[in-house]
Design a protein around this ligand. Structure first.
Ligand code: ADP
Ligand code: MG
Length: 273
């Protein structure tokens, strides 16, 4: 779609664009320790272009930490992560990894949109102001273009009338949809969602999931940490169950959710249902 500027619509086939058959995300042996606590114990994961992967798992299993590693909000203790073939957070020199300098890291991060549980919008800016800020300040876009695109994004999240509202005048569900539009304004090639609906009143969950589903249908590559089983079942191409810092099992939603192979997965699913 021209709103999202996604590079390789599935309809055009994998050979149409250079590099379009390489995975969007590759994690190899990712480990993360905080002091003596090992939170990620060797995560391997591949997410294809256009794929929607839902990560499920009990609290404390390392889901948020793993998402934060993908855009290098956390340094890795071992392993590596590539996004669209590019090593994240490090450059390789003489076979060794060196941490990237801030400006270089910023260039990588702006390709990766992230939406958190709490919709951290800037309270002193209007909805429109929130959405155009990063495109203007970070990408150097002209105001006119940024505003035009912001309106298109507000259309997509069903908030076209709220451009001039301030965050505190919006419901939680509306704020979260603005947060999604704000992330999309940077034209990311990958979207990370960390429990985007778990801070919402139950009646507001559906409107946010609907926007995420629309985004998935547009071909966005998405990694979604969620406890919304209905969403995982309907929208995910793949469900990944994490526990204790490892991927316990993964597969199509119907397999993992209806015929889990591991006892740990079964126990978790019994609890969330
Ligand atoms: P999840 O998102 O699956 O609930 P997290 O990735 O948030 O799990 O956390 C996994 C574990 O790592 C938890 O035990 C948590 O307390 C710990 N942890 C997360 N961030 C930090 C940190 N910055 N310092 C110390 N421990 C942390
Ligand atoms: Mg978490």
């Amino acid at each position: 779609s021209d709103i999202l500027n996604l590079q390789s619509p599935a309809s055009l086939g994998p050979s149409t664009f250079p590099g379009s058959d390489r995975p969007m995300v590759e994690a190899h042996g990712v480990r993360k320790t905080f002091g003596s606590l090992e939170v990620l114990s060797g995560i391997d994961m591949t997410v294809s272009r256009g794929e929607v992967a839902c990560i499920l798992g009990p609290s404390g299993s390392g889901k948020s930490t793993f998402l934060r590693c993908i855009n290098h909000l956390e340094k890795l203790s071992a392993g590596r992560i590539l996004v669209d073939g590019e090593l994240i957070g490090y450059r390789e020199k003489n076979g060794r990894l060196h941490e990237m300098k801030k400006p270089q890291l910023a260039l990588q991060r702006r390709e990766i949109g992230m939406v958190f549980q709490r919709f951290n919008l800037f309270p002193h800016l209007t909805v429109l102001g929130n959405i155009i800020q990063a495109p203007m300040l970070i990408r150097g876009e002209k105001r006119e273009g940024a505003v035009r695109r912001a309106h298109a994004l507000l259309d997509m999240v069903d908030l076209r009338q709220k451009a001039d509202a301030y965050p505190q005048q919006l419901s939680g569900g509306q704020q979260q949809r603005v947060a999604i539009a704000r992330a999309l304004a940077m034209n990311p090639k990958l979207m990370l969602f960390d429990e985007p609906t778990s801070a919402l009143d139950p009646e507001l969950v559906g409107e946010v999931l609907a926007v995420m589903k629309r985004l998935a249908n547009e071909g966005m590559t998405m990694i979604v940490v969620t406890h919304e089983m209905g969403f995982a079942r309907e929208v995910a191409d793949r469900v990944i169950f994490m526990d204790g810092g490892v991927v316990v099992e993964e597969g199509p939603p119907a397999e993992v959710l209806d015929r889990p192979r591991h006892e740990r997965t079964r126990t978790f699913l019994r609890r969330v249902r």
